[in-house]
Design a protein around this ligand. Structure first.
Ligand code: SAM
Length: 250
């Protein structure tokens, strides 16, 4: 159950700085406070801060991994896109904590491949309130890797691709932005392709174009599910869709 989940009222309300501390921006009151602290030894009456610390970061998240699981994709993308903020979204508490702990550990190690300051993970039910986290046309890439298949007909409404959810993905993606999908379940692949093709905001990216897209290889090789399917010699079905420009108003 996700009753305990809290959501920001809007993207600006999110405490992004606690997820990406290296990108936190100081607000003016914090700067003033720092100046005050510097001159405190001379000041008999230091003034208390007027405002809470800023929650803002210097650039927006641009890549979202929906249902990120244990974060294999996130940690492989981080060094590939060192200047882009990447966010994993995961509904399971323990799995989210695992990824958050790993982010902390990798940041502390500060390896030569990446500082991992650009990657983070949040607990969220992405089927609800996605536009509370991201503003219109904010994202350049959304990954839907090995989503739960929900095989039974009556469970199909729990699938993370549907006409309604595709409209949310279209809202948060910029024109030219991409939705990457991969699954080992043929029926789910056909479902995702069918629903995304039917949606007026998306067009399918041709296979030739995908050959030069590093994200496709990362999604195949670096996700935990991708590795599992590889071990079992299963098939992986990939489909990528581009967010088209909205047509002009009549
Ligand atoms: N993407 C990972 C991979 O490829 O290895 C994990 C795939 S796993 C089969 C599906 C993940 O989606 C699970 O970790 C599950 O908890 C998560 N999930 C399912 N529904 C979700 C939702 N509505 N919001 C966020 N995460 C969700």
């Amino acid at each position: 159950s996700d009753h305990s989940l809290t959501y920001p009222k809007c993207p600006e309300e999110m405490d992004w700085a606690s997820y990406y501390p290296a990108y936190a921006v100081q607000n003016q009151d914090e700067q003033k406070q720092e100046q005050r602290t510097e001159s405190e030894s001379h000041d008999q009456h230091p003034v208390p801060p007027e405002d809470a610390p800023s929650k803002a970061i210097s650039k927006p998240v641009e890549i979202a991994d929906i249902g990120c699981g244990f974060g294999g994709l996130l940690f492989a993308l981080a060094p590939k896109f060192p200047d882009t903020l990447i966010l994993g979204m995961e509904i399971r508490t323990s799995v989210t904590s695992y990824v958050q702990d790993k982010v902390r550990a990798l940041r502390a190690q500060n390896t030569s491949t990446s500082s991992f300051q650009n990657v983070s993970c949040i607990r969220a039910n992405t089927m609800k309130f996605l536009p509370n986290f991201f503003s219109k046309a904010q994202l350049s890439k959304i990954f839907l890797c090995f989503p739960d298949p929900h095989f039974k007909q009556r469970k199909h409404k729990a699938r993370i691709v549907s006409y309604t959810l595709n409209s949310e993905y279209a809202y948060v993606l910029k024109p030219g932005g991409m939705v990457y999908t991969i699954t080992d379940v043929k029926d789910l692949h056909e479902w995702m392709v069918g629903h995304l093709e039917k949606h007026p905001s998306f067009e399918r990216v041709k296979d030739e174009e995908l050959e030069s897209d590093a994200c496709v290889e990362i999604m195949r090789q670096e996700t935990e599910e991708g590795k599992k399917v590889e071990r079992n010699k299963g098939e992986k079905f990939v489909a990528v869709f581009r967010r088209m420009k909205d047509p002009p108003w009549p």
